[in-house]
Write a protein that binds this ligand. Structure first.
Ligand SMILES: Cc1ncc(COP(=O)(O)O)c(C=O)c1O
Length: 367
C-alpha cells in the first residue's frame, strides 16, 4: 500500500493528462504559456477569490505574499509552531521576527484565544495554517486582526485546497491565501507549484510582479522580486486533474469520516482529532494521536502499512529558529509533536485498504 497513491489517480486521468502535456510540448511556451492564465481563472472560480497568481511552490507563495505586504526587519509575524518549516522559513527570510502561539489540541490549528496577547505594535501579519486540511477559526482571527489595525491575515492553505469554512473556500478566507501543489497535496501537480489568492487588486498586481523579478514591464523592475513562476507543464497537468477534483474532495471527506467511525467502532487506542461543524477538512493527512509512536510505526510497517509523522519537532524547537524567537512555551504543540501519526490517505484509497489500516492500527496500539 502507498502512503499516498498517486499512480491510481494518473491511471484514471491518463488520457487527459497526456493530451494536456502533449499540447504544451507542441506549442512550446514552457514559461507563462496559455495554460497558466487558464489555470488561474479556473482556480479563482473554484475558491471564489477574485485573483489567483500561480507561483513556483507553496513556500514561494508565502514568501511573495510577505514581500507584497512589504514585511521585513523590525516587523513581527504571528504563526503556529506546529507546521511544516516553510511557514516560519519565509518570515525569517524577509528579516521579520516569528512569534509563535500554541495550537488547539483538538484540531492542531492555531488557538485564536492566545492571539490578542501576542500582538504588539510591531505585529504586521498573522499566518494561521490550515493543518491537515482543516481551516482554523478564520473569522475569529480576522476579527482580532481587524481590531488591531495594520495586521494582514495570510492563510497558509498549503494542505487545505478544496476545504471550506462557513460556506467559503479555503484560500479565500482572509486577505491572502497561499497554497501548494506539491504532488502529495490535495491538488498536486507533478513537481513544484503553488498559488496566491486575494480579492485585493493591488496585492494581486504586486504578487504577479514579484514572481517575475519585480518586473512591471519588460526589463523594467519596479520592485525587488524573485524567480517564482509556476511552469506551463505543471499548470497543464493541474487543469487535467481538476476534472475529478470535486469527486476527490468528496471522497477525502468520506474517507476521513470513515476512518473516525472505524477507529471508534474497533475501540482502537488512538486519539482522534476534531473537524469543527462549521468547516470541512480535505485530509491532506489523516492524523491520529498514539502513545509509543515509534513502536506503533514499527509494528504498522511490519504489517505493510506506511505511516508518517507531521511533525516530530515544533518549529520553536528547531535549531535554525530557536534563536529567532524568545524562549517560546507551546506545551500543546510539544505534546502533539510526540504523539501524532499520519495514516495512508488519498482519494483512491479503497474502503478495503482503509479497513486494513485500521485493523493494523488496532493491533499496533494494543497493550
Ligand atoms: C503547511 C505548509 N506550508 C507550506 C508548505 C510549502 O509548500 P511547498 O512544498 O509547495 O513549498 C507546505 C508543504 O509541504 C506545508 O505543508
Amino acid at each position: 500500500m502507498d502512503f499516498i497513491d498517486l499512480r491510481s489517480q494518473y491511471q484514471a486521468l491518463r488520457t487527459s493528462i497526456d493530451a494536456r502535456i502533449g499540447t504544451v510540448l507542441e506549442h512550446a511556451q514552457f514559461i507563462m504559456g496559455p495554460e497558466v492564465a487558464e489555470l488561474e481563472a479556473r482556480l479563482a472560480l473554484l475558491t471564489g477569490a477574485r485573483y489567483c497568481v500561480t507561483v513556483a511552490s507553496g513556500t514561494e507563495a508565502l514568501l511573495i505574499a510577505l514581500m507584497a505586504l512589504d514585511i521585513g526587519p523590525g516587523d513581527e509575524v504571528i504563526t503556529t509552531p506546529f507546521s511544516f518549516v516553510a511557514t516560519v522559513e519565509v518570515i525569517a527570510l524577509v528579516g521579520a521576527k516569528p512569534v509563535f502561539i500554541d495550537v488547539e489540541s483538538e484540531t492542531c490549528n492555531i488557538d485564536p484565544t492566545l492571539l490578542e496577547s501576542a500582538i504588539t505594535a510591531r505585529t504586521r501579519a498573522i499566518i494561521p495554517v490550515s493543518l491537515y486540511g482543516q481551516p482554523s477559526d478564520m473569522e475569529a482571527i480576522n476579527t482580532i486582526a481587524a481590531r488591531s489595525g495594520n495586521i494582514t491575515v495570510i492563510e497558509d492553505a498549503a494542505q487545505s485546497f478544496g476545504a471550506s469554512y462557513r460556506g467559503r473556500r479555503s484560500c479565500n478566507l482572509s486577505t491572502i491565501g497561499c497554497t501548494s501543489f506539491f504532488p502529495s497535496k490535495p491538488l498536486g501537480c507533478y513537481g513544484d507549484g503553488g498559488a496566491i489568492f486575494t480579492n485585493d487588486a493591488g496585492l494581486a498586481q504586486a504578487c504577479s510582479e514579484i514572481r517575475v523579478h519585480g518586473q512591471s514591464a519588460r526589463y523594467y523592475h519596479s520592485r525587488i522580486g524573485v524567480g517564482g513562476r509556476m511552469d506551463t507543464l505543471q499548470c497543464a497537468i493541474l487543469l487535467a486533474k481538476l476534472a475529478r477534483f470535486d469527486w476527490e474532495i468528496e471522497r477525502r471527506i468520506a474517507l476521513g469520516a470513515r476512518y473516525g467511525e472505524r477507529i471508534r467502532a474497533l475501540g482502537v487506542q488512538a486519539g482522534l482529532l476534531t473537524v469543527r461543524p462549521d468547516r470541512t477538512s480535505v485530509f491532506a493527512q489523516y492524523t491520529v494521536l498514539v502513545e509509543d509512536r515509534d513502536g506503533v510505526q514499527e509494528r504498522m510497517k511490519r504489517a505493510g502499512i506506511p505511516t508518517a509523522v507531521h511533525y516530530p519537532r515544533p518549529l520553536h524547537q528547531q535549531p535554525a529558529y530557536q534563536q529567532l524567537c524568545d524562549a517560546t512555551f507551546c506545551p500543546v504543540s510539544e505534546d502533539l509533536s510526540r504523539r501524532v501519526i499520519s495514516l495512508p490517505m488519498s482519494a483512491d484509497l479503497s474502503d478495503a485498504q482503509l479497513e486494513q489500516v485500521v485493523q493494523a492500527l488496532s493491533e499496533a496500539t494494543r497493550r
